[in-house]
Design a protein around this ligand. Sequence first.
Ligand code: DQA
Length: 151
Amino acid sequence: MKTALILNGPNLNLLGTREPAVYGAQTLADVEKLCAQACASHGFALDFRQSNHEGQLVDWLHEAGRLQAAGTLAGVILNAGAYTHTSVALLDAIKGTGISLIELHISNVFAREAYRHHSYISAAARAVMCGFGVSGYALAIAGLADMQTGV
Ligand code: DQA
C-alpha cells in the first residue's frame, strides 16, 4: 500500500478558529479524519503532518523524495499556506526531489489579495487545487489515485 503524504504549512494548525469566513469551521484534526476516510477508500496509507517552519517542510519534501525513489509514496499533497507566495526554497525542494505533488489551497486564492495570486509552488506541481474548502483535500486524494493509473 502506497502512502499519501499530506503536508500543511504555517497557521493551518489554527483551522477552526482562524478566519472561519475564509477557511471554515473545521479543525485540522477534522481535516485529518476526512483525509483518513478518503485515503482508506482509495487504498492509500495516510501520513498527515503540519509545521509552521519552512525548513521542516523542506526536510519533509526531501524525505518524500526518498520514499518516492523507494516506490512507497503515492504522492504529496501540499498546502504550504503563506510560504506558497514566498518560498523559493520549497520550489527548489520539489524540483530537486522530482516528487509528484499536488498544490492545495482551502480558499480560492485568486479571489483574494493580489499577493496571493502568485505561487512559487505551481511551476513544480503536477496539479493545483483551490477554493473547494477543506473538501479539496478529499478531492486531491481522489486526484492522486487517478495519477497512479496514469490519468
Ligand atoms: C491557504 C491560502 C494562503 O494564501 C494562506 O496564506 C494560507 C492558506 C489556503 O489554504 O487557502 O495560509 O494556503
